[in-house]
Design a protein around this ligand. Sequence first.
Ligand SMILES: [Zn+2]
Length: 214
Amino acid sequence: MLRIVSFTFNGFAENTYLLIDEATRATAIVDPGMYSAAEQQKLRAYIADNKLEVKYLLNTHAHIDHVLGNAFVLRTYPGVPFWLHALDLPTLRAVGTYAGPYGFPAYEGAEPTGELAAGQVIALGESELQVRFAPGHAPGHVVLYDAAGGQLIGGDVLFKDSVGRTDLPGGDHATLIQSIVSELLTLPDATVVHSGHGPATTIGAERRSNPFLT
Ligand SMILES: [Zn+2]
């Protein structure tokens, strides 16, 4: 079973996730938003206290609030593979150009060591994550689906009663809605969606009442 633990970090109230395979403690860090030393320490302490073994650093997409902690993770857990969809590489590389004006002058960039791609299956201990390509909020946005556990790391694609903004570079509203319809609403209603901001929801709840999807 995959246990999902969330932290809310940085001025954008971004949700950082630990995906923990309970049988082996193999762990993926997804969208590390830590910026302050206190935030960094909070994540590091949780991993140490729970004896987790960090196996992957994954980004659903590369907007600044989701990538602030990438360099810290790679420094703290040397050699951990860092994967992002290739179409979000320009998004990632642009962060350094606006981090200062956005209030994050200490931002430190990091380059992925590999790619996430549609249909890829990531083994995490005895658990598996399916990579689903869901552009629209960002050009290379992916979501991570734990079919056995009925849960999804949704990034900034779908929120409780809302959807991702599409006014940032590479964003497109029609593409986003098409991604939600084809890659998210095709999942079972009971699937829990852990979003990049705000509370968790379910596919069923959003199918029924999300104002952007009716
Ligand atoms: Zn975003």
